[in-house]
Design a protein around this ligand. Structure first.
Ligand code: F6R
Length: 242
């Protein structure tokens, strides 16, 4: 495990973008696993900037997002498909057909999870999985208590996640209570993992995840067992005007 501390959110973002860029430059056909949330936005902006300067080519890159709210389609501003299109995909030369986000409106969500897992396998597996961490130690939407052997699945969000994510919705009642998420097993199968953590309020849970007991109560603690984990921490909160 490699842990890098940075003093600002901008530095964390640039370092993360450096690692993602190196992966794409060395392996143009790379398969990336990507998160949504506030934490990776700076890294996505940096990747867009380098793409616009001509330093990066996404034309052969494939992506799989970690999760999607059940019930939201890609045109919903809080859906993760909408987020990814707006924060990254629409600004670089990635082929939309190579970008995957679980379909939150699938008629049979369980079957959609199986198809998603299958698609990851058919793409050759995930080379670099980027992650954020929730205040309760979740990764993807793998909430505390989740079984480690799960692959992509439909899951219930905890009260604390609904509360945390309600900041992006008009009201807490509008936050979907279920989601489709890569499982812990899916995440652990990635060849490399890059965990991004930003802000003082995440440091206690990060400490528990990296140095505490490996327990389903802190889903991210399983990452201790991954053979190629890099963690980039910014002690600064994400600036309000970012
Ligand atoms: C989002 C995801 C979540 C977030 C986590 C942190 O796709 O998988 O696990 O990474 O909730 O979110 P932020 O970055 O908003 O603090």
């Amino acid at each position: 495990m490699k842990i890098m501390y940075t003093d600002t959110y901008a530095n964390m973002s640039r370092r993360a973008a450096n690692i993602i860029s190196a992966q794409i430059i060395l392996h143009p056909k790379t398969v990336l696993g990507l998160p949504t949330g506030t934490t990776p936005i700076g890294a996505y902006r940096q990747l867009i900037e380098w793409y616009k300067k001509g330093d990066l080519d996404f034309s052969q890159v494939t992506t799989f997002n970690l999760d999607e709210y059940l019930g939201l389609d890609g045109s919903h501003p809080q859906s993760y498909r909408y987020f990814m299109d707006n924060q990254l995909f629409d600004h670089v030369n990635i082929r939309k057909g190579n970008t995957h986000v679980p379909d939150g409106t699938a008629a049979d969500p369980e079957a959609e999870c199986e198809l998603y897992e299958q698609a990851i396998k058919e793409a050759g597996g995930i080379d670099l999985q980027v992650l954020g961490i929730g205040n309760n130690g979740h990764i993807g939407f793998n909430e505390p208590g989740t079984a480690y052997e799960k692959t992509t699945n439909v899951t219930e969000l905890t009260e604390s996640t609904i509360e945390a994510n309600s900041r992006l919705f008009a009201s807490k009642e509008e936050v979907p209570t279920k989601a489709l998420t890569m499982g812990m097993k899916t995440i652990m199968h990635a060849r490399r993992i890059l965990l991004l953590v930003s802000g003082q309020h995440k440091l206690d849970i990060l400490n528990a995840a990296l140095h505490g007991p490996i327990t389903p109560e802190v889903p991210a603690s399983l990452l201790q067992l991954h053979p190629d984990l890099t963690v980039i921490v910014s002690t600064e909160d994400i600036p309000a005007d970012f």
